[in-house]
Ligand binder design. Structure first.
Ligand SMILES: [Zn+2]
Length: 275
């Protein structure tokens, strides 16, 4: 393993750029093949997280969500009796707090907001290693720590100034997370973190159990493809064989490039079954 220089300039948090979020398919064929299937993923993932609350295998114990009031009413109607519910309505939206008996706080407290990062970690079921790494990254000024995660990935190497991640877990590819296209809703400590992968496996299972297996399979195929990410002056450029996108990221003073060079995980190329 080649050691990677961990020294970075601190991002310039004063940079105030308008938020950017756009992507284009490389051809009409690619759009036809992917757009509909991936477009359904975010709402499917939300449903899977509701299911996670009452799932014995999944570590999540609470969920806080702000929705248009009609959608919030639907959400409350479909949650299990085993879940405690608190809600607070505004003009058009309602915030809902849902907790299970195993949760560290009750639904009212979750609704008001949780100050403790440790309790937040426990509620969302984030592995300790990942929460610790993300806290460190945030304290160093990184809110979107793709390059930092790549540096912390054991089998990453630095080649020609680029970080090459040779053998990541495909389900931990967060290069497209700007669009909600990811299997974990937190930053893993490394792209090879087994604890984060285990959460991704549970999320994939819940997607299938809630009737979104095809959407999960499409996302798995998309994320398992070699991916290029670069960040510079607040803008991330992301691409794979089908899609290219630009998104707001931290203000890197010098260009950071991360290449997810290929996924050699035995699951790659098969399906999200077991992902
Ligand atoms: Zn971790």
């Amino acid at each position: 393993m080649t050691s990677i220089d961990p020294t970075r300039h601190t991002p310039d948090a004063s940079l105030d750029l308008p938020a950017v979020e756009k992507h284009n398919w490389k051809s009409q064929e690619h759009r036809d093949a992917w757009d509909g299937r991936l477009g359904r993923f975010s709402s499917a993932f939300d449903r899977a997280m509701e299911a996670a609350l009452v799932d014995d295998e999944h570590p999540r114990t609470g969920l806080r969500r702000t929705l248009p009031t009609d959608d919030a009413i639907d959400l409350v109607a479909r949650v299990s009796d085993a879940v405690d519910i608190a809600r607070k309505s505004g003009d058009r939206t309602t915030t809902v707090g849902l907790t299970t008996p195993a949760c560290d706080v009750d639904a009212d407290a979750l609704l008001d907001g949780v100050e403790s990062q440790e309790i937040e970690r426990s509620i969302r079921g984030i592995p300790e290693c990942c929460a610790d790494a993300h806290r460190d990254a945030r304290e160093a000024g990184f809110d979107d720590p793709i390059a930092e995660i790549a540096r912390n990935t054991p089998r990453s190497t630095e080649r020609g100034g680029e970080l090459v991640v040779e053998d990541p877990h495909p389900v931990l590819n967060r290069a497209w997370a700007y669009l909600g296209w990811r299997f974990v809703d937190f930053h893993p400590c490394s792209f090879e973190c087994d604890a984060a992968r285990e959460v991704a496996i549970q999320n994939g299972r819940l997607l299938r159990e809630t009737g979104h297996g095809e959407t999960a399979d499409a996302m798995f195929e998309f994320l398992a493809s070699p991916t290029y990410w670069s960040g510079y002056h607040g803008l991330a450029h992301v691409k794979n064989g089908w899609c290219i996108g630009e998104y707001t990221t931290d203000d890197y003073w010098s260009e950071e490039v991360v290449r997810f060079n290929g996924y050699h995980d035995s699951l790659a190329g098969s399906s999200s079954e077991g992902c």
